[in-house]
Design a protein around this ligand. Structure first.
Ligand SMILES: Nc1ncnc2c1ncn2[C@@H]1O[C@H](COP(=O)(O)OP(=O)(O)O)[C@@H](O)[C@H]1O
Ligand SMILES: [Mg+2]
Length: 281
């Protein structure tokens, strides 16, 4: 089932004007097993696109199907439950923390979806464990921990709702290198352990290259590429996407040109090193 977009268009409207932020979007996200990166310039429509996936925004034209629910909904159809099925972690989610203790903040989501207290607590403790928030922090204020930890608490709040699909809008933005790596490890572990579909908006091509299986490139509200990561970087129109190559591929291209080392794509630092050791032998 998952999520299916059919010719979706979306326009932001205010009193005077209307701005078409998405145009003719058709694509499918499988319920399980996906690791999709959504990339594109600032303003290309990435955040607008993902806010359709849990019905925060509804299409202006075309339709969307999210776990069997057609959007826009018919009159009287309730769509709130989609926020639980598709967990969306906003940019800088720590700005939305507000409870007096960390555990209460994590439990807010599940309780809001009428999950009983015992189960909500159980899910929240599980989520806290996944993101690496230890028990001794539960009763502390979420405002007295580091920025990186605050972000983890916010992510745990979404995970505690046990969403089927996890959508992350620039989850590592503003974190230091270690914070980035640790948080990405949380998501990749979740993906491997539960085969959960993950959709990740990122500007960081090294992260995209290392973690994503599939990449969607947006340009001015339209999808200009949707396919395997391996096919993106060798795409004949790659330069027209205005994306950087990941560092490992840049290095490999350079080594081929300057030292004649055969180019073989490697998508992250560790596999690049392993390859170079092999070549040396
Ligand atoms: N609330 C809004 N009202 C009007 N225009 C908006 C609003 N949010 C975003 N936009 C416009 O829609 C376009 C797409 O925005 P967005 O989806 O946030 O892009 P991205 O996440 O790729 O940076 C941009 O041109 C942006 O200015
Ligand atoms: Mg955005």
């Amino acid at each position: 089932m998952g999520i299916q977009f059919e010719k979706v268009g979306f326009a932001y409207r205010d009193f005077k004007k209307s701005y078409e932020a998405l145009k003719d979007i058709t694509m499918h996200v499988a319920e399980e097993g996906e690791f999709i990166a959504i990339v594109g310039h600032t303003g290309s429509g990435k955040s607008t696109l993902v806010q359709h996936m849990n019905a925060l925004l509804l299409p202006t034209t075309g339709t969307l199907n999210v776990f069997g629910q057609t959007l826009p909904p018919k009159k009287k159809e309730k769509i709130n439950h989609l926020r639980q099925k598709v967990g969306l972690v906003f940019q800088f989610p720590e700005y939305q923390l507000f409870e007096e203790t960390i555990i209460k903040d994590i439990m807010f989501g599940p309780k809001n979806f009428k999950i009983n207290d015992v189960k909500a607590r159980e899910n929240s403790e599980y989520a806290a464990k996944i993101v690496g928030i230890s028990e001794d922090l539960y009763e502390q204020s979420p405002f007295r921990i580091s920025g990186g930890q605050m972000r983890r608490v916010a992510v745990a709040g979404i995970l505690a709702m046990q969403p089927k699909i996890l959508v992350l809008d620039e989850p590592t933005r503003g974190l230091d290198p270690k914070g980035k790596k640790d948080l990405m490890q949380v998501f990749i572990d979740l993906h491997h352990r539960e085969n959960k579909s993950i959709i990740l908006i990122s500007h960081d091509m090294d992260i995209v290259s290392k973690y994503a299986k599939r990449v969607i490139v947006l340009d001015k509200g339209s999808i200009v590429f949707d396919g395997k990561k391996e096919d993106l970087f060798t795409h004949p129109n790659f330069s027209s996407f205005h994306l950087e190559l990941p560092t490992s591929l840049k290095i490999l291209k350079h080594l081929e040109k300057t030292l004649g080392i055969p180019y073989e794509p490697k998508y992250d630092y560790d596999s690049l090193l392993t390859y170079l050791k092999e070549v040396k032998r």
